[in-house]
Design a protein around this ligand. Structure first.
Ligand code: OXD
Length: 308
């Protein structure tokens, strides 16, 4: 019985964090893990596709993040092995704080003042007040509902959009294709935190943009594949959208030649909206490891059908 960690970005912090929770666990690291028949649990981020067929005794594959699209894209993912993801209050809170920062940067147009500063230009400009702004959050799962809650605490009017009805939310949640137009027509700022599934791929496209109010602003902190980039560029250049903040991209790192880099109305950040803290999530990984070994129900189990 052993865990393998598969992470091209480095394994040391993960080994330390898991060992602090349970020093008895046998931890191996890919690709130096010989004797793959010993491995019963895989903790992984962007693994090389097809490798899991070399692990005959896996009982659980855990994503190292909130998203599992990187796993489900592997056509050779073993069907019989359950998939889990991480649900962590820090991931949600960090995302909420980042979304708030992007929203305020946009409302106060701080980028424009920076450009003026570089040219020593003193030119005051007006701004929209928080109380006059409605923000639409697409995807109100564990992370999206925290984002919505924090924005509400700051005084924004917030509405949500989800695939299925949500109970107990303090804001209105519009549901499915039937209600998406009502949702979009009110969203002066649209934040996408959806999971990536075949249904949500390229959901941020011209059909959505044209329903948004004039001068709406797009924030994508979900996945790059949610966005039809060419539609975004077209709607910004037409003046229907005022701009966008993008933290995720179809190809990461964003290629040097991408026209997004130098676009004056687009803010680029390198997928840093909320980063998984190994110390914070290690207890739930260790708990799931023991549950998997003992055949007990797993925490944060993913439905392959839904894709999250
Ligand atoms: C995640 C991410 O899915 O960092 O956790 O994108």
């Amino acid at each position: 019985m052993a865990i393998v960690i598969i992470n091209p970005k480095g394994v040391e912090p993960w080994i330390d964090a898991l060992k602090q929770v349970d020093s008895s666990i046998d931890i191996r690291t890919f690709p130096n893990d010989t004797s793959r028949e010993d491995i019963t649990f895989a903790l992984t981020w962007r693994h090389p596709y097809g490798i899991f067929k070399d692990y005959p005794n896996l009982k659980c594959i855990s994503s190292m993040g909130a998203g599992v699209d990187h796993l489900l894209r592997d056509e050779e993912l073993p069907h019989h092995v359950p998939i889990t993801r991480l649900v962590d209050p820090y991931l949600a809170q960090d995302m909420a704080e980042f979304a708030l920062a992007l929203v305020m940067n946009h409302l106060r147009d701080l980028n424009a003042f920076k450009l003026k500063q570089i040219q020593s230009i003193w030119k005051p400009a007006g701004y929209q007040r928080i109380k006059d702004v409605t923000i639409g959050v697409m995807g109100v799962g564990a992370i999206g509902s925290r984002v919505a809650g924090e924005l509400m605490k700051s005084g924004f009017k917030v509405i949500g959009w989800a695939r299925s009805p949500k109970e107990d939310e303090k804001f209105s949640v519009y549901v499915g294709v039937r209600e998406i137009a009502d949702f979009l027509q009110q969203a002066q700022i649209l934040i996408c935190i959806l999971p990536l599934t075949p249904q949500t791929k390229r959901i941020l496209n011209k059909d959505v943009f044209k329903l948004l109010p004039k001068d709406a602003y797009i924030i994508n902190v979900g996945r790059g594949e949610h966005l039809a980039e060419e539609d975004l560029l077209e709607f910004i250049s037409q003046g229907h959208l005022s701009g966008a903040a993008l933290d995720v991209f179809t190809e990461e790192p964003l290629p040097a030649l991408s026209s997004l880099w130098k676009h004056p109305r687009i803010n680029i950040t390198p997928h840093i909206a909320s980063l998984t803290d190994p110390q914070s999530v290690a207890p739930q990984i260790v708990e799931n490891y023991h549950r998997a070994m003992e055949g007990r129900p797993l925490l944060n189990l993913v439905s392959r059908e839904r894709g999250y």
